[in-house]
Design a protein around this ligand. Structure first.
Ligand SMILES: Cc1cc2nc3c(=O)[nH]c(=O)nc-3n(C[C@H](O)[C@H](O)[C@H](O)COP(=O)(O)OP(=O)(O)OC[C@H]3O[C@@H](n4cnc5c(N)ncnc54)[C@H](O)[C@@H]3O)c2cc1C
Length: 483
């Protein structure tokens, strides 16, 4: 194996100081610069491999979607300093089965669930700091450990550790093609700061995320609607490596039309707006599309169980627009939005602010008010306050919208990530379409999450998959070189 000593901090060249030696053959090339990639890079380096990380983003935007995260989900047999009570394998597995409706690979899922117990400890060793358990809107303090300072702090800690260990980090480096023959990776064709180059390595770990920010690719499944999808995370999720691998003989997993999406504020940036753009007003509102039609039961279930269906629902509406309508009674029931809501003294005035048909909106609100049944409102739990004779119904938290100022939030779909990915085995080794394992190709994170998340989502599981399979992929890639 090559020593890595001479490489320490070499891409301080990012600051223009030194030029990395791309003529050498590295032990491990890691493609991507988010949590999964860095966990792989650190793990491979700890086993003595020389490691280069190719991150498409510039340094200031490094870290992919991982930079936007807050927590990961971890198995624990008893309380820890950051997790309350216990969360055992069978409950974790049941939670996964429920959200995926069985679309998962049980062996890989259980491998991930078991290893998740050690994920917080591993990240801690890499400098990540966790915060004491929280209680809050998503009530995740039992199952999920929160990163102090969020994903940005996590990513910074991982980069610091990788650099300290001697991993070479190349920013502004887009991997465009992996040269693979009969399941054997030879070299990567890259654009290094805008110039063509190549990186040779004995093993490769693909951790380049999903393809949600590639509108042209998304249009193949969603048509022009894809142009109205707000991408919650990194614009570098172009899926270049994913597409290249799938067309180069790697086995595919996951449904290309599936993605995780939430309802964002329509005024959010089209990319990289992050978590704070999400709107949580739905259960305490009625939601209409631009034709002023309600299209789903806003009070079907508690918000943590339903927040992730609304992105897709809005994606299916005309112009991918929706409007949450409520009144002054509701505003203390949900997290305030970053962009202030529209406020009006009448429903007609509110309709005008959104350029909606005012007669229609008045009728929709009047019909809804007439259908609301008496009940005892409780915003903290399913309260049974519902409508009668309305289609679609509102099954909980139905209160009359009658107390000015009337409140409106404009909504658009916010896409978190896509589910299409590459098939891996329980050593994070990529499987080829002919059913054989690749000789020296591994994958971790979003790019292979579809093996375990065939549909649906379990909060905090994305970072768990990235950490667990990142470690596995890095270690196996390093061992592969040694053998
Ligand atoms: C707003 C938001 C909040 C979230 N919150 C959570 C949470 O709290 N908990 C949780 O578990 N999950 C959360 N997720 C999901 C989570 O972000 C992902 O599951 C996780 O970050 C995936 O890690 P990754 O390393 O695979 O991908 P990413 O972190 O997206 O990293 C992919 C990397 O690949 C790079 N890349 C892409 N293409 C190329 C190329 N061709 N060449 C070189 N580099 C390339 C990108 O620049 C990027 O650095 C959230 C996502 C978003 C958008």
């Amino acid at each position: 194996m090559l020593g890595a000593g001479g490489l320490i901090g070499a891409d301080r060249a990012q600051g223009g100081m030194t030029m990395p030696d791309l003529g050498q053959v590295f032990d491990v090339l890691v493609v991507g610069g988010g949590n999964a990639a860095l966990c792989a890079a650190i793990s491979a380096r700890k086993l003595g491999a020389s490691v280069v990380v190719a991150e498409h983003a510039p340094k200031s935007l490094r870290g992919g979607n991982s930079r936007h995260t807050r927590n990961l989900r971890a198995l624990h047999p008893g309380p820890t300093d950051v997790l309350t009570e216990s969360y055992l394998e069978e409950e974790y597995w049941d939670d996964l089965l429920r959200v995926t409706k069985g679309k998962t690979d049980e062996h890989l899922a259980r491998t991930c669930i078991r290893a998740s117990q050690h994920a917080p400890g591993f990240l801690r060793e890499c400098g990540v700091v966790f915060q004491p358990s929280l209680s809050g809107t998503l009530s995740l303090s039992r199952t999920n450990a929160f990163f102090l300072g969020g994903g940005k702090a996590l990513v910074n800690a991982l980069y610091r550790t990788a650099e300290r260990l001697g991993v070479l980090i190349l920013y502004d480096t887009e991997v465009q093609h992996l040269d693979v023959e009969d399941g054997f990776f030879k070299e990567a064709i890259v654009s290094y700061r805008g110039f063509p180059n190549r990186i040779r390595a004995k093993s490769v770990v693909a951790s380049a995320g999903g393809f949600q920010a590639n509108r042209q690719w998304m249009r193949e499944y969603w048509g022009a609607a894809a142009d109205n999808f707000q991408i919650r995370g990194t614009p570098y999720a172009q899926g270049t490596v994913l597409k290249d691998m799938l067309s180069g003989g790697v086995q595919q997993v996951g449904d290309p039309t599936q993605f995780h999406a939430v309802c964002n504020d329509a005024r959010s940036p089209m990319e990289d707006g992050g978590l704070a753009m999400r709107l949580d007003c739905t259960p305490f509102s009625i939601v209409v599309n631009k034709n002023v039609e309600r299209f789903y039961d806003e009070g079907e279930d508690t918000w943590p169980k339903r927040y992730a269906i609304w992105g897709r629902l809005i994606a299916q509406q005309p112009d991918q627009r929706a409007f949450a309508i409520t009144d002054s009674k509701a505003v203390m029931n949900y997290l305030p939005s970053v962009f202030p809501p529209m406020r009006a003294n009448s429903i007609r005035e509110l309709a005008g602010m959104f350029e909606l048909d005012a007669d229609k909106l008045e009728k929709v609100v009047a019909d809804y008010n007439a259908a609301v049944q008496p009940g005892s409102f409780n915003g903290q739990e399913l309260d049974g306050c519902r409508t009668e004779g309305l289609t679609p119904p509102k099954s909980n938290w139905a209160r009359k919208i009658d107390t000015p100022p009337f409140i409106g939030h404009p909504m658009m779909p916010g896409i978190t990530f896509t589910f299409l990915g590459v098939k891996v085995n329980d050593k994070a080794r990529v499987m080829m379409a002919d059913g054989k394992p690749a000789a020296n190709i591994f994958a971790s994170g979003e790019i292979m999450a579809g093996n375990i998340l065939g549909q649906g989502y379990l909060a905090g599981f994305g970072m768990t998959i990235g950490t667990v399979f990142g470690r596995l992929a890095g270690e196996e890639a390093a061992r592969n070189v040694r053998n």
